[in-house]
Design a protein around this ligand. Structure first.
Ligand SMILES: Nc1nc2c(c(=O)[nH]1)N[C@H]1C(S)=C(S)[C@@H](COP(=O)(O)OP(=O)(O)OC[C@H]3O[C@@H](n4cnc5c(=O)[nH]c(N)nc54)[C@H](O)[C@@H]3O)O[C@H]1N2
Ligand SMILES: Nc1nc2c(c(=O)[nH]1)N[C@H]1C(S)=C(S)[C@@H](COP(=O)(O)OP(=O)(O)OC[C@H]3O[C@@H](n4cnc5c(=O)[nH]c(N)nc54)[C@H](O)[C@@H]3O)O[C@H]1N2
Ligand SMILES: [Mo]
Length: 766
């Protein structure tokens, strides 16, 4: 019976929606998915919860006194409910004012965020298409996920995305691999999601096949839980951020014991000669021995040496977690990981080489053919101003200020209007108290969202969107074999609109509706997107069913490639014919381009540099905070729903800490804790466990920010504590995973959490 229910999809999976009287009453797991995620079920009670935004809203001070009024009252002022006609006029006029007075670069619409799956109703695509028609905007570059790698790896391999998208999967590892050494583990909790949607979750099955084939695993991570217990991994509980030192210790052992592959270095790499004097200590007097690495990482030198020997003897896959890029000097772990894999000489061989982040999403380890899905054309942005995505606070604080980025010296634009659609910076950004002060600077903030996130609450104008359950769409994800015809299952609240319709209304008001809409409605757009995808896919030998067939059946699955994908196999087989897109055509162990930038914080070869905060720091707080991805939600999404709430303790975020650290502070299981440092504080609830190494505390991201008057988050958002400083002059990525804190028992009366309640809303008398 459930097979007849309409299909719906989001980044965490495909579900069938059971509907009664226009409301979704339950979601059923997709029958194709052998390992479904329960994250999606969290939307059922969230859809019509008090946290839902049901009509357009304007902040009272802004409405009464105009742009720039009482901006320190963002998040405190009441909202006034207005009509769509009124809000459309307000937004169109304000956009025109800012553009005509300050120029379009004064509009910041980087709008980073995951929004929802679905090719058409993708909030950012719609917003950017609209703003490009309206004169353009300052954009953001790269992601929070791995900005440092997006800047760095192209210098080393010629491309980052190309190789991430052609990861050697578990099929190849099971067939040919013997050992997987994972820095940051293989956190299967993260494989619940795939950007753009996932039809069937395959990581657990892939890993099971690898174990059955006799592959063994090493987990280098502060947390044993970063690997499934059934992998029986060797756990090396290293200090956070010490991975590059460990890799150097492994490399030094390989080199001094002649276990490396000089032929591979010669044929496929450049710059080993320039790297070697650093490795051996000729340049700085410090050989990067296993003993040296052991001191930094607090692993044993013998374990490091033994691991190096084992890696040289066996077909070895090195996996370096994306999280390692979100730390100070986050450019280095991928660069050094590539160098280590090159020294082993196994890059391009089945089951060996390097992977960027197994299980960081379902596809990393999967075996799929890339789906050339069409997207809504965003048009041309006439403005060339941009920032690296995580430099937003710097930009707002420092208009006209100079900054370095990947070899360029740039200046921050002077931002007057900020627009966010489909992202939650009060979830994703670091050092939220500092961010909130910078947020007072723009004259106007506009936010499209469907629920009262901390960002929506801090807007001047709130444009309520629909959810993926309330519209027809297409799930076509680059790295997932399924195409899903998503069907509208429920009616949205009367005051909510699809992002497309919000922008279409604005475009009409501003006189470019036809240009924005392309003269097509939702149905025509979906048809256009699908037909274009089908054409692209056809050209690549992927047959897709025709539109009607897809709509009837609801889904289509493209079979995996006949032989397992092996990253860089073509390059290995023919390094001249398939030269890399680097200046040398080879792997750049020493990179002249990077060296010539002359950055002290990112020299020309992989280098261990102390992070600004880590367990080796002197005179700072004693505990390293790991704020990793939550297992029961995607970032902040659906935190208000039942599934995420079930993972909280008394309505607050759990904090994992080692018994030694707990005892030292008189903390026991279930205690309410205050986590703090010089930047801020938040509450959380103690979970005491041997699964985390001493000195490290873990608190997942995603709890909606709920600061009290002193900026302490009552709910448990770790970005109250993290530092906001770029990875280096090269990548300028976020560095959430380099963060020291102290923890104590909270002794006062526990303050209630208000974040899921709507703000004060005034209704005008009609
Ligand atoms: N401390 C710390 N911070 C981190 C990280 C970390 O490891 N540690 N990780 C970072 C990473 S990797 C990432 S990717 C970011 C994620 O940061 P974000 O992507 O900003 O987080 P989300 O919660 O997914 O935000 C998506 C928003 O879009 C809204 N939305 C969903 N569908 C729609 C729609 O159809 N229309 C509109 N208008 N809105 C919609 C949701 O309600 C939500 O508010 O966080 C980063 N922050
Ligand atoms: N359920 C769920 N899945 C998700 C997401 C989500 O929000 N929820 N978000 C998705 C997104 S946008 C992204 S970018 C990916 C991110 O994927 P990852 O970057 O892999 O995610 P994290 O969970 O932050 O980190 C994984 C593990 O790295 C370890 N780690 C942290 N710092 C260090 C270090 O310095 N050294 C070592 N060796 N280990 C360290 C931590 O123990 C942590 O559990 O996840 C995706 N998957
Ligand atoms: Mo991410």
């Amino acid at each position: 019976m459930t097979r007849e229910l309409p299909l719906t999809a989001n980044h965490w999976g495909v579900y069938r929606a059971e509907v009664s009287e226009g409301r979704v009453t339950a979601l059923h797991d997709f029958e194709q998915d052998g390992d479904p995620s329960d994250i999606g079920h969290g939307i059922v009670d969230a859809l019509n919860a008090p946290s839902r935004i049901t009509a357009p809203m304007v902040r009272e001070s802004w409405l009464n006194h105009g742009p720039g009024s009482n901006t320190d009252q963002r998040g405190k002022d009441a909202f006034v409910e207005v009509s769509w006609d009124e809000v459309t006029a307000l937004v169109a006029d304000e956009l025109t004012r800012v553009r005509d007075t300050h120029g379009s670069q004064a509009i910041y619409a980087g709008s980073y965020g995951w929004a929802s799956a679905g090719r058409f109703h993708h909030a950012q695509s719609q917003m950017k298409r609209f703003l490009n028609c309206a004169g353009g905007f300052t954009r953001s570059l790269y992601t929070y996920s791995f900005a440092a790698a997006e800047a760095m790896v192209p210098h080393v391999l010629g491309s980052y995305r190309e190789f991430m998208n052609t990861t050697t999967g578990w099929r190849s590892v099971a067939q040919s691999g013997e050992l997987v050494v994972a820095f940051g583990g293989i956190p299967v909790k993260n494989a619940q999601i795939e950007s753009g949607g996932v039809g069937a979750h395959t990581q657990r099955a892939g890993l099971r096949n690898a174990i059955e084939a006799g592959v063994s695993f090493v987990n280098i991570s502060p947390m044993s839980g970063d690997m499934l217990p059934e992998l029986n991994a060797q756990w090396l509980p290293a200090r956070p951020n010490s991975d590059v030192a460990i890799m150097l210790g492994l490399a030094h052992t390989l080199y001094t014991e002649s276990l490396h592959d000089p032929d591979f270095m010669e044929r496929y790499c450049v710059g080993f000669d320039q790297f070697l004097p650093y490795l051996t200590g000729e340049t700085d007097g410090q050989p990067k021995t296993a003993v040296w690495a052991a001191e930094i990482s607090e692993l044993s030198a013998e374990d490091i040496r033994a691991l190096a020997r084992r890696m040289a003897k066996q077909r070895t896959m090195i996996s370096v977690s994306w999280s390692l890029t979100r730390a100070h000097h986050g450019e280095q772990p991928f660069w050094m990981g590539i160098t280590l894999a090159a020294m082993l000489g196994q890059i391009g061989l089945p089951g060996g080489g390097i992977t960027f982040g197994y299980a960081a999403s379902n596809s990393i380890g999967g075996d799929y053919r890339q789906m050339p899905g069409a997207s809504v054309p965003q048009g041309q942005n006439p403005v060339d101003s941009f920032i690296p995505v995580a430099r937003i606070t710097d930009m707002l604080e420092n208009p006209g200020g100079r900054f370095d980025f990947d070899g360029q010296a740039l200046r921050y634009p002077d931002i007057r209007l900020v627009w966010w659609a489909g992202g939650n910076p009060y979830h994703h950004h670091q050092d939220l108290n500092r961010f909130a002060r910078a947020w007072e600077k723009p004259e106007t903030v506009i936010v499209n969202d469907w629920c009262w996130t901390a960002t929506a609450r801090r807007a001047d104008i709130v444009l309520p969107s629909t959810t993926h359950l309330e519209r027809n769409d297409l799930m076509m994800s680059l790295r997932d074999p399924y195409v899903i015809a998503m069907k509208k299952a429920a009616e949205p609240p009367r005051g909510a609109r699809n992002d497309h319709d919000i922008f279409r209304g604005l475009a009409a008001r501003m006189g470019f509706e036809e240009e924005f809409s392309g003269g097509m409605d939702e149905g025509e757009w979906l048809r256009w997107l699908y037909d274009k995808t089908r054409q692209n896919a056809g050209a690549e030998g992927l047959g897709l069913p025709d539109w009607h067939e897809l709509q009837d059946k609801g889904w289509h699955r493209t079979p995996p490639p006949d032989t397992p994908t092996v990253m860089m196999q073509a390059f290995r087989e023919d390094p001249e014919g398939h030269a890399l897109a680097t200046p040398s055509g080879k792997i750049e162990v020493f990179c002249k381009t990077v060296a010539d930038f002359g950055y002290a914080d990112c020299p020309g070869h992989p280098t261990w540099m102390e992070p600004y905060e880590w367990l080796g720091s002197v005179g700072k707080h004693p505990l390293h905070l790991i704020s990793n991805q939550p297992s029961k939600k995607l970032h902040s999404q659906l935190d208000q729903g039942s599934v995420s709430r079930s993972s909280k303790i008394n309505g607050r975020e759990p904090v994992l800490l080692n018994p030694a650290d707990a005892t030292q502070r008189g903390i026991t299981e279930g205690d309410l804790l205050r986590l703090f440092n010089e930047r801020g504080a938040c509450l959380g609830v103690a979970q005491v466990s041997e699964n985390i190494r001493p000195g490290v505390v873990q608190m997942s991201t995603g709890s909606w920010w709920d600061p009290d008057d002193d900026g302490m988050c009552r709910h448990g958002n770790p970005n109250a504590l993290t530092r906001d400083l770029g990875t280096s002059s090269l990548g300028q990525g976020p560095t959430a995973h380099s963060c020291l804190i102290e923890v104590e028992r909270f002794t006062g009366t526990p303050p209630p959490v208000h974040t899921f309640e709507p703000p004060v809303i005034r209704h005008r008398k009609s």
